[in-house]
Write a protein that binds this ligand. Structure first.
Ligand SMILES: NC(=O)c1ccc[n+]([C@@H]2O[C@H](COP(=O)([O-])OP(=O)(O)OC[C@H]3O[C@@H](n4cnc5c(N)ncnc54)[C@H](OP(=O)(O)O)[C@@H]3O)[C@@H](O)[C@H]2O)c1
Length: 251
């Protein structure tokens, strides 16, 4: 049976690229978007052109109160499109970047990062557990910034660090259902993240390229295929790992 993956934040950047590469490897995809329904529709059309099924659902991963309603809409979508009550792979990818020295970080900035990157991942996964098939997979997106420090990214990196710990505990608790859970930690990648800073700000790009063994920053195509591969049968025994995909950033 064709596997179905749910990729949060699949409308742009790494989530979009991951969704497309899952389809290229033969999977179907549910993507979520927050505000850019146009971008989400374009991804669904691209996946259809690859001969696979996809649907797009709106989701704000910072809004835990909306997760029950989202789960209902997901059930409807799975039933209508696939005649299924479950899906196989969850990629917790959605998120935004924010940068401020610890001395200047506001409570609102801090809360937004916690809500999207940690609390949202925790409770969305909890809400979706009954819909994930036994033997399924979960991938949580972290960041290279949990291993090397960069001034200004303290709050962001700390919540990503929390997700890495959460991954370990998810893997332990969900192992009984045969569900493998891993963290993928990209280095700096050229996407819309943080206003497109890595892609559009030459100094920022050069800084990260300069601390990367392979001599450049990442592109979405450096990340999506890796996540799609991690979800494949080839990698079924990889569990509870933090896998950095950064070209050797900060080594
Ligand atoms: N790019 C990097 O350098 C980098 C490095 C390491 C880790 N990461 C991590 O990789 C993940 C994806 O980043 P990206 O570079 O692909 O960013 P991006 O290009 O800015 O895309 C972000 C995606 O997340 C969605 N999103 C943002 N806030 C959301 C919210 N509150 N609720 C639901 N969806 C939301 C967006 O939806 P809309 O399109 O509807 O706005 C979009 O699909 C993030 O977790 C990020 O922390 C990125």
């Amino acid at each position: 049976m064709t596997k179905i993956a749910l990729v949060t934040g699949g409308s742009r950047g790494l989530g979009r690229n991951t969704a497309l590469h899952i389809a290229r490897r033969g999977g179907d995809v549910v993507i979520t978007y927050h505000s850019r329904s146009d971008a989400a529709d374009a991804v669904v059309a691209e996946i259809a052109a690859l001969g696979h099924k996809a649907i797009a659902l709106r989701l704000d991963t910072s809004d835990v109160g909306s997760f029950a309603g989202f789960t209902d809409r997901l059930r409807e979508g799975l039933q209508t499109t696939w005649k299924r009550d479950s899906f196989d792979h969850l990629v917790n990818n959605a998120g935004h970047g924010d940068c401020a020295p610890i001395a200047e970080t506001t409570e609102a900035q801090f809360d937004a990062l916690v809500n999207v990157h940690f609390k949202g991942v925790f409770f969305l996964t909890q809400a979706l557990l009954p819909l994930i098939t036994d033997g399924g997979r979960i991938v949580n997106l972290s960041s290279g910034l949990t291993r090397v420090s960069a001034p200004g990214w303290g709050a962001y990196a700390a919540v990503k660090g929390a997700v890495e710990v959460l991954t370990l505990y998810m893997a332990k608790e969900l192992g009984a259902r045969g569900i493998a859970v891993n963290t993928v930690a990209p280095g700096a990648v050229e996407t819309d993240f943080f206003g497109g800073a890595v892609r559009d700000t030459p100094d920022f790009n050069a800084f990260f390229a300069g601390i990367t063994a392979l001599g450049r920053v990442g592109l979405p195509d450096d990340i999506g295929p890796m996540i799609a591969s991690l979800l494949s049968e080839d990698n079924r025994w990889v569990n509870a790992q933090r896998i950095e995909v950064s070209g050797g950033q900060g080594i």
